[in-house]
Design a protein around this ligand. Sequence first.
Ligand SMILES: *[C@@H]1O[C@H](CO)[C@@H](O)[C@H](O)[C@H]1NC(C)=O
Ligand SMILES: *[C@@H]1O[C@H](CO)[C@@H](O)[C@H](O)[C@H]1NC(C)=O
Ligand SMILES: *[C@@H]1O[C@H](CO)[C@@H](O)[C@H](O)[C@H]1NC(C)=O
Ligand SMILES: *[C@@H]1O[C@H](CO)[C@@H](O)[C@H](O)[C@H]1NC(C)=O
Ligand SMILES: *[C@@H]1O[C@H](CO)[C@@H](O)[C@H](O)[C@H]1NC(C)=O
Length: 520
Amino acid sequence: MQIAIYTIIIASLMSVKPIVTESKNDTTTRPKIDRSYYQMPTFINVCDISDRRSKLHCYCDSNKPKLATKVDCWIFSSGITKDDPIWPSFISQPEIERLTFNVRIEDALTFIPAKAIVRLDKLKYISIQLATIKRIPPYAFTNSSTIRQIILKSNKISTLEKHSFSQLMMLSNLSLDDNHICELKRDVFFNLPNLHILHLSNNNLSLLHEGCFKHLNNLIELRLDTNYISVITKEMLEGLENLSKLNLKNNKLTMVGNLAFSELWGLKELMLDNNAIEYISERAFGGLIQLRKLTLSGNKLTSFYEDVLADIRSLIVLDLRDNLLTTISYETIRPVVENDKALSSVVYLDGNPLSCDCRLAWIYALRNETKDSTLKNALEKVTCLTENNDIDRNLNDQIGEQGENPNLVSHTSYEYYDKKMERTEFEMDDEINITDETQDMPIKLLDIPVEELSCPKELMKSIQDSYGHPIQNEIRLKAFSGIHTKFTLSNVGTAPRFNPSLEHSKPGYFTWSFSVGNDA
Ligand SMILES: *[C@@H]1O[C@H](CO)[C@@H](O)[C@H](O)[C@H]1NC(C)=O
Ligand SMILES: *[C@@H]1O[C@H](CO)[C@@H](O)[C@H](O)[C@H]1NC(C)=O
Ligand SMILES: *[C@@H]1O[C@H](CO)[C@@H](O)[C@H](O)[C@H]1NC(C)=O
Ligand SMILES: *[C@@H]1O[C@H](CO)[C@@H](O)[C@H](O)[C@H]1NC(C)=O
Ligand SMILES: *[C@@H]1O[C@H](CO)[C@@H](O)[C@H](O)[C@H]1NC(C)=O
């Protein structure tokens, strides 16, 4: 009660004071002043700006004082400053929950309007788009304890400073997409205990300092796609222990080193598509025991360690499309398709220059065995390249009879990522001409009868050589067939699910027949 009375007294004193001063001046001297300036109320209602010269106009769900909750402001002319009286005037609408600034001309807004934000105690969502905000200063959002979402898309932001995003207790979503951010220093993101989603897509990021996400222990989704990141290490990802989804598509990664993602204990989805990855270390995905989806399409992988996925027990989607793989063994993808926890799982392999030979015979068996239509469809799309041999001629004969070739996949769908992205049109035309003359067209693997898959002597030799011998990693890397490994696995006591049998049909070739067994 007393407090209320004091408040009233203080308030009345404050409102009386300026009138007293003014009247004092009025009675003494009468300077020639612009009366209209003084009559203008200090705080105008931002939802009801009648001055046509105002640089900012807002559209509100209610124009009445203190009633607007959703406010869209438009800035049409340049020159608005941090000290413009319009910013403190946002106190005229203290109920604002959603605030948007849309900028229509270059350089019209060059800073985060902190003087508006600091007065809005109910603000939950703020969005600023198409402004020219080069840097985000420390505590730019004035330590708001109510803001949940900040969207700063397309604002030409290049520099994030230490504590740019800090002390925002409720902040859950932050989007910095489509800016020019080059590096992420430590402590840019600080004390954001509720940040779950961070988007940094389409920036100019090439340098991620070690520990730059260290304080984001509750982050669930991180998007770093379409940047210039060429290296990713464990130290950069330190602290992201609750991360579930990491998107690194469209970057410049060339390799993935051992344990790069091992800080991310809870990761479920890892997207590495459209990089230039040539090499993946044997333990690159070590520690990712919960990973469900791994996508690596559009890279430059020529081989894949058989053990790379061995630790991952939950993988249900593996995408290896549009790489440079010349073969792939059953052993490599076994953790995916034999994942008993999964109701359905799928492996995508199309768009690789796989060689049409007996090392791919497992694909036939798996296709016949699986009841999962997604996996079946994905396997049916696998194409391979033949060397000029019997199969090719046979197929061509059949095609001649049928009039058109259903087995040939058009060239356009068989361009590799690097060709698409990095070659000029002229070079590409060149490439196609050369390809037409010298290389074979990819054919659908499953259109070749399995018994006609070539199995040249050298290939058989390398497979047979490894029978009975302890398999060295070096040999495994050389790829060949899951078949020899299966043999090895059965030697060491693991029951193979596919039981290949081979017999001589003609000199130099083996005919393969597969019987699919149940787990023994
Ligand atoms: C009003 O009077 C006070 C002193 O009484 C003086 O300091 C102030 O500058 C005056 N203001 C104007 C606008 O003349
Ligand atoms: C925000 O918090 C920091 C650190 O506690 C402090 O230095 C800064 O002045 C605060 N800013 C505002 C606008 O309250
Ligand atoms: C954050 O973003 C997600 C996904 O875009 C959305 O579902 C969620 O409602 C957002 N949360 C807040 C607090 O805005
Ligand atoms: C973006 O990064 C590239 C290479 O890292 C650099 O050449 C370019 O100048 C950068 N652009 C901007 C706007 O910072
Ligand atoms: C983050 O992980 C911790 C355990 O490491 C857990 O207690 C917490 O609930 C998780 N937070 C979220 C948002 O999942």
